[in-house]
Design a protein around this ligand. Structure first.
Ligand SMILES: *Cc1c(COP(=O)(O)O)cnc(C)c1O
Length: 399
């Protein structure tokens, strides 16, 4: 590492709040599926800014659209209409089959809105104010208080208690535990369709269908968090679309703006007509013209470049190559995941392996202590999979 890069890292540690143990790299630019640090070292990226940069870096069509919008108008406030927000909402409705959209600035804000909509829906129904929400163990929904309250990892919550009240936790993919938690006060059940931070667990079809049925019978709202697993990562626009069930409320963020901070929560007309109304919810920045231009362009490029087909074509190869590593090394327990959201589960902590991979020009990330997570840009080709496997294999052979 150059003295200059070291100096920047030193400065960062003096100025930034220490809420992350960061990797010792100052990233400067990106090109396609590669990142470059300030010393000019090139990295193959299998993280994409945590499932964000789906289209890769320095996509000129995307960049040009943003530049053009900057020269028109960046912000208007939600007291006015703006064209990019109207277009983005229309496009998002179409790919999600949901009816109404609220744009936010982040994933956690999308969760906050989803929870508020669910509580308001129940409140309008019976006038009581003690409704309950069921969330899943090992889930992750964000860091603000509402989202944190439904995040099924006590380590994240403990120091910040009390959380918002009336949250119950059930076990993901265990319908009995959901039944046990449910009662006449339950207004919503929230889960990720594929758990990300929790270790890359996908929902069982049977479990999801039973939860959907329970929700239908008891008029409970099903909230699916598609912030990480959505936007094509699993080979359909949203992971739930593979299961033949539909949520009442859905959240999106991360790859939705491919780098511009955006999120959204979407709902069916039934929920929209019977929950949040004028004055109930708001945001200064959410849905501003710059952010919505990003969404529009991302969705255009998904369409134009057949990104979903590409994921379906290349991800089986990623799975195959990861399975080879599972067979080769007895300290790797298994592969799990779907599409370009994969995890390798180890018997040993993976921190050092990831650092070694970075030294060798490959960016990876963990999901918990023992899982390496693979959430590459959706445009990777088989050759990138081969390069990644070759570097990782090299690191593993030295253990
Ligand atoms: C990242 C993530 C969030 C939080 O999104 P932020 O934009 O970081 O607030 C919520 N849910 C899931 C599933 C996520 O992966």
């Amino acid at each position: 590492m150059s003295a200059e890069m070291k100096e920047y890292i030193c400065e960062a540690e003096k100025a930034l709040l220490h809420t992350y143990n960061r990797y010792q790299i100052v990233l400067e630019k990106g090109e396609d599926v590669h990142l470059y640090d300030m010393d000019g070292k090139k990295y193959l990226d299998f993280v994409s800014g945590i499932a964000v940069f789906a289209l890769g870096y320095h996509n000129t069509e995307y960049n040009d659209a943003l530049k053009a919008q900057i020269d028109k108008i960046i912000h208007t406030s939600n007291y006015f209409y703006n064209k990019p927000a109207i277009e983005a909402a229309k496009k998002l409705k179409k790919i999600s089959q949901m009816d109404r959209v609220f744009f936010t600035n982040s994933g956690t804000e999308a969760i906050e809105g989803a929870l508020k909509a669910a509580r308001k829906y129940a409140y309008l129904k019976d006038g009581t104010r003690d409704h309950e929400i069921i969330a899943m163990n090992h889930s992750f929904h964000g860091r603000t208080f509402g989202a944190l309250s439904v995040t099924g990892n006590p380590k994240y919550r403990e120091a910040f208690e009390p959380m918002i009240g009336n949250i119950k936790f059930a076990d993901f993919n265990n319908f009995e535990s959901v039944l046990e938690a449910a009662n006449t006060k339950t207004c919503a059940i929230i889960m990720e369709t594929v758990q990300g931070e929790g270790g890359i667990y996908k929902v069982d079809e049977e479990f999801l269908k039973k939860v959907r049925k329970l929700c239908d019978e008891k008029d409970i709202l099903l909230i699916l968090d598609e912030i990480q697993c959505g936007m094509g990562r699993t080979g359909s626009y949203f992971a739930w679309q593979k299961y033949g069930v539909k949520p009442d409320i859905m959240t999106s963020a991360k790859a939705l703006g491919c780098g511009v901070p955006v999120g959204a929560f979407l709902m069916t007309e039934k929920v929209a007509a019977n929950s949040l109304c004028a004055g109930d919810h708001g945001t200064t920045y959410g849905g501003n013209p710059l952010a919505c231009t990003a969404i529009c362009k991302v969705l255009d490029l998904f369409d134009k470049n057949n990104i979903i087909d590409h994921v379906n074509n290349v991800s089986p190869y990623l799975e195959k190559r990861l399975e080879e590593l599972v067979s080769k090394y007895d300290f790797i327990k298994m592969r799990r995941g779907i599409g370009f959201m994969q995890g390798l589960v180890f018997d040993i902590p993976v921190g050092e392996i990831i650092t070694n991979a970075m030294d060798n020009g490959l960016i990876l990330i963990n999901a918990g202590t023992n899982v390496i997570r693979f959430v590459p840009p959706l445009i990777i080709e088989k050759e990138h999979v081969d390069q990644m496997i070759s570097i990782l294999d090299d690191c593993l052979s030295k253990i």
